[in-house]
Write a protein that binds this ligand. Structure first.
Ligand code: PA5
Length: 426
């Protein structure tokens, strides 16, 4: 479902010559779970080993809620919301016509945004999926207080009980205790799966079920990827090796993930978290950035084409089959001179833009380009792609000799903030 073209990466030969023993050793470290952070490799087999009973229960709760609500508030930050949002937008599009809307909160401390969501909910039927593995994260914690109170005040304790679902650790943590105390439905985030690797657990699956996404197909895609990427010679590892060479041997500091589909913007955001939080440590790692073309060709395109050299390379996601396509209508007067495009569909023009930009950036501009072909934008493709990138980051992180599964740097700001807010004990 994914094909990668390295012909414009400027390191095609180096990839072929890269030490196969090194890749094999890392592959064994991943598969045998012997590397750094090996207690967080539960995601590897999850597409096959996921809890089937819990999945059935999630379907039951989601189908009841779909009948009752207009909005599901997804409360979570980082790995606790980005996967669901990436899937929601990539699969359903930005202006879907499904009855249930997902709104994301607890991913910011912005008072304006939080109040705007509160106001938007007036007169709407809503439920809450409160997602936090630790149960102690500040942003979702304070958002939950606000919206739980609003649900109870505007409806009743009884309604809140039937409309609040907690996705959290199976036993420990404040959220589990709170949910059990109030009688809220809980679903479990497995101990050995970290936030940014948790899309296939209830973290991603429960909100997507409420959104009416075909999660069976999503699992099917992840299972396919799991099978395809068991072998040593796979495209996710080639991608990891290419990035490693561009970073450590050619000196590139940043990778830009480029999509030509607006509904892939949150997929880019998910990818940035996966690679940024997994690799950016011990003074190492590529700085992950993203663009949507042709939109950003009218802003960042200038820099990529013509700005400081040898800083960034591009990884393009080329979606072969769009969800929809439309034609450019003929205009008799043709004042804008665009009638020459009427034999083309929008997708054809978009694909031609991709071809032209690829040539301009890589040949004229000298910027390395890796092209990743996605067949389509549906649930199966999403499941496949997520697993593919997770396997790539495991290889990539271990090649850099860091632990891809922790995030010690994130703690520093929290400690400072707690001290300033006078949290007891800080
Ligand atoms: O990937 C990660 O582990 C993080 O981004 C977490 O998901 C994020 O910090 C939220 O943590 P929690 O789910 O404990 O609230």
């Amino acid at each position: 479902m994914i094909k990668v073209d390295f012909s414009k990466s400027k390191v095609e030969e180096e990839i072929k010559k890269f030490d196969k023993n090194r890749v094999q050793k890392v592959h064994e470290m991943i598969e045998n779970k012997t590397g750094l952070g090996n207690d967080f490799l539960g995601w590897l087999d999850w597409p096959e080993n996921y809890n089937k009973e819990e999945y059935a229960k999630m379907k039951e709760v989601a189908s009841r809620l779909r009948k009752e609500i207009d909005v599901l508030l997804v409360i979570g930050i980082g790995g606790s919301y980005l996967g669901a949002r990436a899937a929601d937008e990539m699969i359903r599009g930005l202006y879907h016509t499904d009855k249930v809307e997902l709104i994301y909160i607890g991913n910011t401390i912005s008072s304006s945004y939080t109040k705007q969501v509160l106001d938007y909910l007036k007169g709407k039927e809503f439920a809450i999926a409160n997602i936090s593995k630790s149960g102690t994260t500040t942003e979702p914690g304070i958002a939950f207080r606000v919206f739980e109170k609003y649900l109870i005040d505007s409806k009743s304790k009884e309604v809140a009980k039937s409309r609040i679902v907690a996705v959290t650790d199976k036993a420990k943590g404040a959220l589990k205790q709170l949910a059990d105390g109030e009688g809220y439905q809980t679903f479990t985030i497995p101990d050995d799966i970290g936030g940014r690797f948790s899309v296939f657990t209830p973290v991603g699956i429960f909100p997507l079920l409420v959104a009416g996404v075909d999660t069976d197909s999503l699992f099917k895609g992840s299972q396919k990827a799991m099978k395809d990427l068991k072998s040593l010679d796979n495209s996710a590892y080639h991608y990891a090796v290419a990035r490693y060479i561009l970073h450590t041997q050619k000196g590139y500091a940043s990778e830009t993930l480029v999509s030509y589909e607006l509904q892939m913007q949150m997929f880019n955001e998910w990818w940035k978290q996966l690679f940024g939080e997994s690799e950016g440590k011990d003074g190492k790692g590529l700085f992950p950035t993203s663009c949507v073309f042709s939109t950003d060709l009218h802003s960042l395109g200038q820099f990529i084409q013509d700005g400081t050299k040898n800083v960034l390379f591009e990884t393009i996601i080329d979606v072969k089959h769009p969800q929809e396509d439309i034609n450019v209508p003929t205009n008799e007067q043709n004042l804008d001179g665009l009638n020459y495009l009427t034999k083309n569909s929008f997708h054809k023009i978009n694909q031609t833009a991709l071809e032209g930009v690829l040539e301009a950036h890589s040949i004229t501009g000298g910027v390395p380009n890796i092209v990743i072909e996605f067949e389509k934008m549906d649930a199966e493709m999403f499941g496949y792609a997520i697993y593919w990138f997770m396997k790539a980051v495991a290889m990539s992180g271990y090649l850099l000799e860091i632990n891809p599964f922790n995030q010690p740097g994130v703690e520093v700001y929290k400690q400072n903030m707690f001290k300033l807010l006078k949290k007891p004990g800080y």
